[in-house]
Design a binder for this molecule. Sequence first.
Ligand SMILES: *Cc1c(COP(=O)(O)O)cnc(C)c1O
Length: 410
Amino acid sequence: MKKTGHRKDKWVFGPDTHGHFGIYGGRFVPETLIHALNELAEAYHAVRRNQSFKKELSHYLATYAGRPTPLYFARNLSQSLGRNLNVYLKREDLCHTGAHKINNTIGQGLLARYLGKNRIIAETGAGQHGVASATAARLLKLSCDVYMGTEDMKRQALNVYKMKLLGARVIPVTSGSKTLKDATNEAIRDWVTHVDSTHYLLGSAVGPHPYPAMVRDFQLVIGREARAQIRRCQRSKVDVLIACVGGGSNAIGFFYPFLKDRVKLIGVEAAGEGLHTKHHAASLRKGSLGVLHGMKSLVLQDRDGQIQLAHSISAGLDYPSVGPEHAFLKQTGRAQYETATDADALRGFHALTQLEGIIPALEPAHAVGYLIKSARRFKKGSTVMICLSGRGDKDLDVVRRAEHHLGRMI
Ligand SMILES: *Cc1c(COP(=O)(O)O)cnc(C)c1O
């Protein structure tokens, strides 16, 4: 790994100009996309300093997306955990469209307009990113095509309908496993052929440079707000941050402003039916170095490099790789990565609902479930912040179906 001066600078100013976070990241794409990625990187670099862009983005985040989101002290949950823990929830579930994803889609939508592109394309698994993209497209008067596997379209019919209501075209993908991974391949293929008119709006901190850093930066607002908010309501510092990790965008946006602080960072991956089975999505814990969707990162793959199917009860965590910056934070030891099973997540889901009257999405329910199962290991009196990345309305059917299973568990 290249030294970049002061030890801490390595993770505060990453990636390098080629998009490498240590050995991870970079660009592994067809030649035809290099120009578009360069153009995107340059445009992004320019808008970061552009006052009118920044003003327009904050305006929409405040008046349309509902920012700043509150930081809530979860007194009942804290008391139930014992050990004098103080647990705070960063309420991304209160964002428009129900999750943090809108922060990124508005940001990239504005960037598309800045690039003079009037069409966005997106990939979606559960449909949440598709809905957030279609929403931003309406707001910014862009046309929007969303690639979605036919398996996922069946499972997420309501989100397909929402996207259509929002005027997006949902393009069914029938190749491979007919899920997110295949939808992503199709979206990349579309981009290659329509790169002049089209911006590819990637939904997480993954993909070829500059996407991982750019998506992170659009999600930084989560951590920036949380850092200012915890300072106001708690004299002592925050000790631990916990966030769920799918591609890793809510977690990296939450963690990043705290990297220089003396705070423990814990990312929670989906262990699905257990790490000893093949049915999980724990690419940081069980993956190996590989290339997927234009980046080098930790990937769930077999010995021949065939991508394994990821599994999680929550569709948003069901991705067989992870953003390169998380792989790097793991390698450097700055963040640690733990797991929660489907059962842990359901426990977290019910606990938060019953103790606080907040029905979380199954993704952040993994973070809550992890805290519940490992509270004993936290130092007494610790202040813990959880990124509650989204709300649970979308997951009620899944939870209802899992109920008989849960009856056995409790
Ligand atoms: C999509 C989604 C996630 C996972 O995506 P990241 O990029 O890892 O944040 C987590 N939580 C919710 C509510 C989501 O919709």
